[in-house]
Design a protein around this ligand. Structure first.
Ligand code: URA
Length: 441
């Protein structure tokens, strides 16, 4: 049966005037941006109309499904067990995936993870993994499947054939002021996740200074939209809303975050990072049938850390993906910066840390050369921050605020300025903020 044909301008006019698009019109759009029946200028006009007029929950579900089917959809049904992934909307110091994936796999859930690269002030999982010598993230689907079967987890970049409609639409949105639109963000993220062949998904929707969504209400609306799309597609999705006002953990960058992740797998992780990791992994175990409830999940995760099986999964993943597993026991095998220097509080400093602005810290990473202003930029894996002070900690003259890892004096000076500006002191300890603020299921 030949699919119905439409004129792009009719679809644009319908949305411009506030109408709800039909399933066939949305499918024509998602197909048309890939095969050229929807010209770039027409696609951007429709994106802007969607930006202003919004979409119903049904339209978002149809758009997600049509985008997902614009390319290859990976079928993992023949592999045994539940396949569960996690997606984070991104932040600074967010290395949760590196800990969560081996931890979930060690607890019996298969994790087929396709991640992204860092852009702007937010870091990306693929860049972090590539600081491990030899580690390959661009694998084809047969190799991805083979590693999943062998190790129970794999962490790779999106293959070019997965959701080509999103690649096209995201590049148009990026240059036409249509990125910040909840229906479009929802369809973009969910189409890519659902194309991975997962059975269920856990989302970490971040809000705050260092997040994509600054306001909690926007993050909540996005979380609800993504959970609804999952339900419409028959895949259980749970979303946690987590605060991203200060960096997660004490390290930001690439090598520094890999080291911190390995430390977490050795049972020596900072409290805030472990809190988010345990919460997200716990929901994965429950969705994947590997734990009956949160208490059971906690017990299983604690065992996997204590008996070394989660760390062993990380090693196995390194071997399977070409990385040097010896980094787990010898951090000197990772790229090191030329200058490693402590940044101390000045004379006269006194009080408690009331803010460590995650956005400024992200800009400091970029200033050091560890970030990306454009997708084609190369990142320096060696640079970054470690030992970063946390909100609530006491500061006196000489207290270490962080350790800077730099390869260039001028860049280090700019990063130092940004870190100093990121840290605010107050005479009294600030009221503690809960990191995990909501669950949408
Ligand atoms: N991340 C995505 O993958 N897509 C968006 O639209 C926004 C953030």
């Amino acid at each position: 049966m030949s699919s119905p044909s439409f004129f792009p301008q009719d679809i644009i006019i319908k949305k411009r005037d506030g109408g709800a698009l039909a399933k066939e019109e949305i499918e024509f759009f998602a197909r048309g941006v890939v095969n050229g029946q929807f010209a770039d200028y027409q696609a951007t006009a429709l994106l802007m109309a969607i930006f202003w007029r919004g979409m119903t929950a049904q339209e978002v579900a149809w758009l997600t499904d049509a985008m997902m089917r614009s390319g290859d959809v990976i079928d993992l049904r023949d592999l045994p067990g539940a396949k569960v992934d996690k997606h984070s909307t991104g932040g600074v110091g967010d290395k949760v995936s590196l800990i969560l994936a081996p931890l979930a796999a060690a607890c019996g859930v298969m994790v087929p993870m396709m991640s992204g690269r860092g852009l702007g002030h937010t870091g990306g999982t693929l860049d972090k993994l590539e600081s491990i010598p030899g580690f390959r993230v661009m694998l084809d689907v047969p190799e991805f499947r083979a590693i999943l079967q062998q190790v129970g987890m794999a962490m790779i970049g999106q293959t070019p054939k997965v959701v080509p409609a999103d690649r096209k639409l995201y590049s148009l949105r990026d240059v036409t002021g249509t990125v910040e639109c909840i229906p479009l963000i929802c369809a973009s993220i969910m189409s890519k996740k659902l194309a991975e062949g997962i059975d269920s998904l856990v989302l970490d929707v971040k809000f705050g200074k260092g997040a994509f969504m600054k306001k909690k209400d926007d993050a909540l609306a996005l979380a609800r939209a993504m959970v609804a799309v999952g339900k419409a597609g028959g895949k259980p999705v749970r979303a946690l809303l987590t605060a991203m006002n200060q960096p997660l953990g004490r390290c930001a960058g690439h090598t520094t975050e890999v080291i911190e992740s390995i430390e977490c797998l050795k049972g020596r992780g900072p409290a805030d990072l472990m809190e988010v990791t345990y919460a997200l992994t716990g929901h994965m175990l429950i969705l994947g049938g590997a734990a009956t409830d949160e208490a059971d999940a906690r017990a299983k995760m604690a065992t996997a850390i204590a008996n070394g099986s989660a760390l062993q999964k990380f090693r196995e993943m390194c071997v399977a993906q070409g990385g040097d597993p010896r980094v787990v026991d010898d951090y000197s095998l990772l790229p090191a910066a030329k200058q490693i220097r402590a940044l101390a509080a000045p004379a006269g400093a006194s009080g408690f840390v009331s803010a460590v602005d995650a956005l400024k810290c992200g800009h400091a990473i970029m200033a050091l050369g560890g970030g990306r202003a454009a997708v084609t930029d190369k990142v320096d894996h060696a640079v970054g921050l470690s030992d970063l002070i946390k909100i609530g900690e006491r500061v006196e003259p000489g207290t270490r605020l962080c350790t800077l890892h730099a390869n260039d004096e001028a860049k280090a000076a700019r990063a130092e300025e940004l870190i100093r500006a990121a840290i605010t002191l107050s005479p009294e300890p600030p009221a503690p903020e809960s990191l995990i603020q909501d669950l949408v299921a």
